[in-house]
Design a binder for this molecule. Structure first.
Ligand code: ATR
Length: 277
């Protein structure tokens, strides 16, 4: 007789107490009547490998990975998806029945799905995109934009060499613009994305001049605390279509939940409410 086991998942980070993922996945577990749980797991760098090897032996079917472990887990995983390889980081691990750890990155998927849900006819193909920031989040956004057929991505970062390094890595569809000149490329943009932490509660404001923004441009902010950032407010006042960043967090959780618990969860108003509660 096979023993009845309750599947567990969680999020590994340091710090991790602030993570909204437990609310998200517990909401879905309740919604679909799945017996299981999802826990915040505080793990330091020096114990990461040990913890990941042990978790499958205590009922864990996989975990999400957050700061500061997203890059380090690639060294520990046995299989890495193409998109995680391209992005150079993983946010979702699947503990397979054969004992192997599969690493994936669903951040870009979450980014694209969020835009598609809120702007059904959105496409990055018809006009240039403008990306602010060149850190880990920007990598996921850029990989997914290129994958979705973006012909041209203007990339602006405070530290210009980091943007140039991304252009060298991802190719000629990326055009680096100076941070202080970035306002000039907004006029022709179809999509504008802030991937920096500017505008987040406790951080500096996002202060790029936005008067170049045109009605109809899709503007999204990966910052979701607050939900309505100055960038989104100003973009809305300029007639742009704005999409807040909470949806990216919700959508990036979908592939992991499906692989771990066998149900593809829906992202809807109830999901948002559960995470905001
Ligand atoms: P994440 O994984 O969230 O992308 P990250 O890799 O630390 O985090 O990247 C943070 C991004 O926010 C970077 O693009 C950073 O710019 P620098 O490369 O110049 O550091 C950007 N950022 C953070 N604080 C900023 C500020 N005060 N002004 C402009 N950009 C800022």
């Amino acid at each position: 007789m096979t023993e009845h086991r309750i599947p567990l998942a969680g999020v590994i980070g340091n710090p991790v107490a602030h993570s909204r993922s437990p609310r998200l996945h517990r909401h879905w577990l309740r919604t679909y009547g799945i017996e299981g749980d999802y826990l915040p797991l505080h793990v330091t760098e020096d114990h990461l490998a040990q913890v990941l090897r042990a978790l499958p032996h205590m009922g864990f079917v996989g975990v999400n990975v957050t700061i500061p472990h997203k890059v380090a887990v690639l060294q520990i995983a046995d299989h890495i998806s193409d998109r995680a390889t391209l992005i150079g980081a993983a946010n979702t691990l699947i503990f397979r029945k054969d004992g192997k750890i599969h690493a994936d990155n669903t951040d870009g998927y979450g980014f694209i799905s969020n835009l598609r849900q809120h702007v059904p006819d959105w496409s990055p193909q018809s006009a240039p995109s403008v990306v602010f920031g060149a850190g880990g989040a920007a990598r996921a956004v850029i990989v997914s934009l290129i994958d979705a057929g973006a012909p041209l991505i203007h990339l602006a970062n405070r530290t210009r060499p980091k943007a140039e390094a991304l252009r060298d890595e991802f190719g000629a569809r990326i055009q680096v613009v100076d941070w202080v000149q970035a306002g000039n490329v907004l006029e022709a943009a179809g999509t504008v994305i802030n991937t920096t932490s500017l505008g987040m509660v406790g951080q500096s404001e996002f202060r790029v001049p936005l008067d170049g923004l045109r009605p109809g441009t899709v503007v999204t902010d990966l910052v979701y605390t607050p939900l309505r950032t100055r960038l989104l407010d100003e973009a809305e006042a300029a007639g742009c279509i704005t999409v807040d960043g909470l949806g990216m967090l919700l959508h990036q959780g979908v592939p992991g939940f499906e692989r771990w618990f066998g149900v593809r969860p829906e992202v809807n108003d109830a999901t948002r409410a559960a995470v905001l509660a």
